[in-house]
Design a protein around this ligand. Structure first.
Ligand SMILES: Cc1ncc(C[n+]2csc(CCOP(=O)(O)OP(=O)(O)O)c2C)c(N)n1
Length: 380
């Protein structure tokens, strides 16, 4: 047995909740070359998916500025987390997003035109125009609608995971939050239940340093967000959220742990919201250009591109072709869904009751007899 003095001399083990797990450094070089090169197909797929989200967001912000959609919430600078998550999950797993993870759906195969139809809220939208734009969800890819309240998706994710455990379903749930949501009671309830009942859930905090205008330093006095998991008895890990390969590895391990029956994990992904909170926000009111420029240097796409180029997996021509295809796909999707009209008014009565009560049956019939109101600019 070693003496206490000898134990004291040992260096402290690295603390996963206080460190920053990375596969690539800011320049795109491998942090641990001995661990081997990341899978080339995975890296290229992640790059294409992140490019798609970035270009799509830029185009949709223009649509909003032109008055063609009412609102849009982009995730510019934060593409790595949704893309890595989408690539780490099985189709049977469930996703409970917060504000910036809608695009997990695209990675998991949801068609782009239907995804964009949600922003227009028209008849092609699977949500029948009932949600605020940028609150996409789809049963086909097990992605639940975000309620727009900050936090409740976390108990939902834990509940779904708990149900899967009770039913002995081989299913994992992932629940997302921003750093601001860690101040909500639902976060603590979810973390506690996840720990006590050892449910197959991964709770992922995207620490993008702001909750609208409130900096993360006003959300917590903890050294990191990841370390909060320890109080609930959860393994917790702090990851570079701008390193898609690191997030993919962390998520793959956390999902495997959950699926093996070894319980929940809490992951903090350290990132930065490069753009505005939403199209209704002006971030120049609460943060400096210097800060934004410094984070732009850590851009997740540029970093992965440097890595791919260094390995000979990407060059200017291939990159331009990736962009050309995405821009054409986005334009085609918009052209397809923009002219689609509003959902039928009678769909208002759908999806609430299996057997509609008599008064709703009457109201539905009355609405069906009433001619639609004239559109703006029409009529007398
Ligand atoms: C319960 C509740 N309070 C306040 C809001 C208004 N609100 C919308 S987004 C947001 C900030 C969320 O910050 P964070 O959780 O860090 O996510 P981020 O926007 O940074 O991705 C707030 C306060 C809300 N939607 N719900």
């Amino acid at each position: 047995m070693s003496s206490p003095a000898a134990d004291d001399a040992l260096p402290a083990p690295p603390d996963a909740a206080l460190g920053l797990f990375r596969v690539l450094d800011d320049e795109g070089a491998l942090v641990d070359a001995a661990a081997g090169e990341p899978d080339a197909d995975l890296a290229l797929r992640a790059y294409r998916e992140m490019r798609r989200v970035r270009l799509l967001d830029a185009r949709m912000i223009l649509q909003q500025r032109q008055g063609r959609v009412g609102f849009y919430g982009a995730c510019t600078g934060q593409e790595a987390v949704p893309v890595a998550t989408g690539l780490a999950l099985e189709p049977r797993d469930w996703v409970f997003p917060a504000l910036r993870e809608s695009s997990v759906m695209l990675v998991r195969g949801f068609p782009l035109p239907r995804y964009l139809a949600q922003v227009y809220g028209n008849a092609a939208d699977v949500l029948k125009g009932r949600q605020m734009p940028s609150h996409m969800s789809g049963r086909a890819v097990n992605q639940v609608s975000w309620s727009s309240c900050i936090g409740p998706q976390l108990p939902h994710a834990v509940g779904a995971a708990w149900a899967a455990k009770l039913r002995k379903d081989d299913v994992v749930a992932v629940g997302f939050l921003g750093d601001g949501a860690s101040s909500q009671p639902d976060f603590h309830a979810a973390m506690n239940f996840a720990g006590v009942f050892r449910v197959p859930v991964v709770i992922v905090c995207q620490n993008n340093h702001f909750a609208i205008s409130v900096p993360s330093s006003r959300q917590t006095a903890s050294a990191t967000f990841a370390i909060k998991g320890r109080a609930y008895g959860l393994p917790c890990l702090r990851v570079d959220g701008n390193d898609v390969l690191a997030v993919h590895r962390a998520m793959t391990e956390a999902v495997a742990r959950a699926r093996a029956g070894d319980g929940a994990t809490f992951v903090e992904c350290v990132t930065y919201r490069i753009g505005a909170h939403s199209t209704s926000d002006d971030p120049t009111r609460y943060r400096s250009d210097d800060e934004v420029r410094a984070w732009e240097k850590k851009d997740p796409l540029a970093r992965l591109a440097r890595h791919l180029r260094a390995r000979g997996l990407l060059d200017d021509a291939a990159d331009a072709e990736i962009e050309r295809v995405i821009v054409a796909d986005v334009a085609a999707a918009i052209a397809e869904v923009e002219p689609v009209g509003a959902p039928d008014r009678l769909t208002l009565f759908d999806d609430v009751y299996a057997e509609p009560p008599w008064h709703l049956v009457e109201q539905r019939a009355a609405l069906a007899r009433t001619p639609p109101a004239p559109k703006h600019g029409e009529g007398p």
